[in-house]
Design a protein around this ligand. Structure first.
Ligand SMILES: C[S@@+](CC[C@H](N)C(=O)[O-])C[C@H]1O[C@@H](n2cnc3c(N)ncnc32)[C@H](O)[C@@H]1O
Length: 307
């Protein structure tokens, strides 16, 4: 596993994530977002009796991980799929751990051909290259109201309405064909900020194209369906919309009392918790990691153990 290859993505919160799994013995570990195999590799090294199911919807990432993990391939099943769909195939296995490191990889962000960055030569943003729906459909087909809604909800963009109206006006003359063109267009009328003026709109389009929040919810729901007693589930998120979903779901699952808030007294037996929270507050990057990998700035990891 130590063979020297150029790795296009540094795994975030690696030590923190490993610490959540520290008592894992044997069974299967499902990496829902294998990417370039950074977390997967560390899990295989740290837990010699664990077998890995490595899932990614991006075929380039999965092929890279296959090469990287070649020396331990006998311990791994590689799966090209959306994780939420794949998870249900593992109902009958002994699942020791599940990890999802949600979002895009540095590689996906950096490739101009994938259209995730402000210099992109396409208007794409699909994580899964076999999906048809892309950023072109969102930007050139969505109504003004639909655009405004996603810019507001997924981008928390202050100028959502203005940007939606301007895009609709401009595409009547000429449709957008690249993310570079879109970024420059937004920057031409949105005031300068510390970050690029199109940052939040790009986040919103990416979430919409890949249905990222729905996918996260499904990963959580389906993890609950396949978990055994003792399974550890850990989720790494990169913005507050995602972290809120994870925090609220874990909190609900950990409640012993599930009576309606207006109930006069507890009648549910007060023993309904499905999980124990491993960390009440999310773990975040150390100073050292922040220096080495600025992308870790917004990363948070939470974990639960199924009862
Ligand atoms: C942040 S990267 C993961 C990096 C990985 N942990 C590593 O150390 O190399 C996220 C990866 O997850 C994949 N991905 C995101 N959501 C997914 C989903 N719902 N199903 C399958 N793959 C997903 C992306 O294609 C991307 O390759």
């Amino acid at each position: 596993m130590d063979k020297k290859i150029n790795i296009p993505h540094i795994p975030v919160l690696l030590n923190e994530t490993l610490s959540l799994f520290k008592n894992m013995q044997d069974g299967y570990f499902i990496d829902c977002t294998c990417g370039f195999g950074g977390h997967s590799e560390a899990i295989l090294k740290t837990f010699p009796n664990i077998k890995l199911i490595a899932i990614d919807q991006d075929i380039d990432a999965l092929n890279f991980a296959k090469k990287r993990l070649e020396p331990v391939k006998d311990r791994i099943e590689f799966v090209h799929s959306r994780s939420s769909e794949a998870l249900l195939n593992y109902k009958d296995r002994k699942i020791a751990g599940i990890l999802a490191d949600i979002g895009v990889s540095s590689y996906q962000l950096d490739q101009r051909s994938r259209g995730f960055n402000f210099e992109g030569e396409t208007l794409d943003m699909r994580m899964n290259q076999s999906q048809e729906f892309s950023a072109t459909d969102v930007i050139n087909q969505y109504s003004v109201n639909e655009l405004e809604k996603i810019f507001k909800e997924y981008g928390e963009e202050r100028y959502a309405k203005k940007i939606a109206l301007k895009i609709a006006e401009r595409r009547k003359e000429k449709k957008f064909t690249s993310s570079k063109e879109l970024a420059e267009f937004i920057a031409s009328f949105i005031p300068r900020r510390k970050i690029h003026p199109a940052t939040q709109v790009f986040q919103a389009i990416r979430i919409e194209v890949n249905q990222e929040l729905l996918e996260l919810q499904r990963i959580l729901e389906n993890s609950l369906k396949i978990a055994n007693e003792g399974t550890i589930l850990s989720i790494i998120t990169f913005h507050s919309l995602e972290d809120r979903i994870v925090k609220n779901t874990f909190r609900e699952w950990s409640k012993n009392c599930i009576c309606q808030p207006e109930a006069f007294r507890c009648e549910c037996g007060n023993n309904n918790a499905k999980v124990k929270l491993i960390n009440k507050k999310p773990l975040v990057a150390s100073k050292e990691e922040l220096l080495n990998n600025p992308r870790s700035r917004s990363a948070k990891v939470r974990g639960v153990k199924f009862l």
